[in-house]
Write a protein that binds this ligand. Structure first.
Ligand code: ATP
Length: 362
């Protein structure tokens, strides 16, 4: 069992500031280190008090996230500085990532060439390749978890966040798990088959497809339709959305949307794919002429952000109802934290867990 810092109170060492973001299980706030004045991000996780409780997250899940982060020191991966624990809460002190989400940064631009998009893809591949080299799968790669350290820098740096679903593989281990966000998960997750780090590569294929076209490859009208489309590998590069896309970009995506996990491109191979690393003049020209479908991408991102806000309000309303039933009177701030952590159920079936995650971020 991991031992966190229980001797000191996080507030003795850090001044707690504004809310930066919230997820299912956590609220993230800016925190200022009192001794140095340096700003960090504090991820506040409510710990489930007993196994039967629906509130909060299991301590062992937090331990897993901490252990993963402790072994990942890479420029494209969010760093962990410290961990505090009180009776009801664990606080991760993390590198502050102030540039926002990559997709929001791109959506603000008038246009973007494929070459510019590739600079970001390269960094994502480097971060993902590093974790895969340590036998760690992220298992929740999606636009919300790809951020920028400083969007005003000439070459903004990618930072991969949220290792809440990450898993480190032991030699010979068979690991099955049915979590993730439907739009981004591969067939082996839906089929509850043994998983590997190749799961992340499929998700990267989905992210790349969206980035280039502003459409989601497998998205159906319902969750079930989305999952069926994934299983049937039902996607296409339609002319309407891919008219400005290079053939190499499509090839890159095709090599990621491969059902056989042993045949799916790895992060290391991806870094040497001609779309990322062109070898001939023709390949360079092919790439330079291509651009991303900005009009559609902006539409996709606006819809994505709207859905995220809608789901946050939905979660809070749900909590309020729960609070009324429980007749408790916790302060508003506390209420919000519980709202994000009251999303998982111990006895929940894998398929319903997928749906819950879909409802909040797809
Ligand atoms: P999920 O619901 O996806 O499982 P979670 O509860 O594990 O999420 P995170 O995704 O880690 O929480 O964080 C929630 C939000 O807080 C993020 O989407 C992001 O906006 C913000 N955030 C997380 N980490 C940082 C950081 N280090 N710096 C700045 N903002 C952050």
């Amino acid at each position: 069992m991991a031992v966190f810092n229980t001797l000191e109170n996080v507030e003795d060492l850090y001044e707690i500031g504004e809310v930066l973001g919230s997820g299912h299980f956590a609220q993230v706030r800016e925190v200022r280190e009192r001794a140095t004045g340096v700003l960090w991000a504090g991820k506040f996780l409510k710990i489930r008090k007993c196994a039967s409780s629906r509130m909060g997250i299991e301590r062992k899940s937090v331990e897993k996230e901490v252990e993963v982060l402790q072994s990942l020191q890479h420029t494209n991966i969010m760093a962990l500085k410290d961990v505090f624990e009180s009776r009801a809460e664990v606080v991760l002190v993390l590198e502050l990532i102030s540039g926002g989400e990559l997709f929001d940064f791109i959506a603000e631009k008038e246009n973007l060439t494929e070459s510019e998009a590739i600079e970001f893809m390269k960094q994502i591949l480097l971060g993902v390749g590093f974790m895969h080299g340590k036998q760690i799968g992220h298992f929740d790669l999606k636009p919300e978890n790809i951020m920028l350290s400083d969007k005003n820098a000439p070459n903004p740096r990618i930072k991969i966040i949220d290792f809440g679903l990450a898993h480190r593989f032991q030699p010979g281990e068979e690991y099955k798990c049915m979590s993730g966000t439907p739009q981004y998960i591969p067939p082996e997750v839906i089929n509850y088959e043994p998983l590997s780090t190749a799961v992340d590569m499929w998700s990267l294929g989905v992210i790349t497809y969206i980035l280039l076209s502003g459409t989601s490859p497998f998205q159906g009208c319902t969750d079930d339709e989305t999952l069926s489309n994934i299983i049937a590998l039902n996607y296409e590069f339609d002319d309407l959305h891919f008219s400005k896309t290079s053939s190499m970009a499509k090839d890159f995506i095709q090599k990621l949307f491969v059902k056989d996990v042993n045949e799916r491109m790895t992060a290391e191979e991806g870094l040497f794919h001609p779309w990322i690393k062109p070898l001939t003049r023709k390949q360079v020209d092919n790439r330079n002429r291509a651009s991303i479908n900005m009009k559609n991408f902006k539409k996709f991102n606006a819809k994505r952000k709207w859905k995220m806000s809608y789901n946050m309000v939905w979660m809070c309303n749900r909590l309020r109802r729960l609070k009324v039933i429980c007749k408790t009177s916790a302060p508003a701030d506390e209420e919000l934290r519980q709202c994000e952590s009251d999303q998982e159920d111990n006895d929940i079936k894998p398929a319903s867990l997928i749906r819950r995650r879909l409802s909040s971020s797809s």
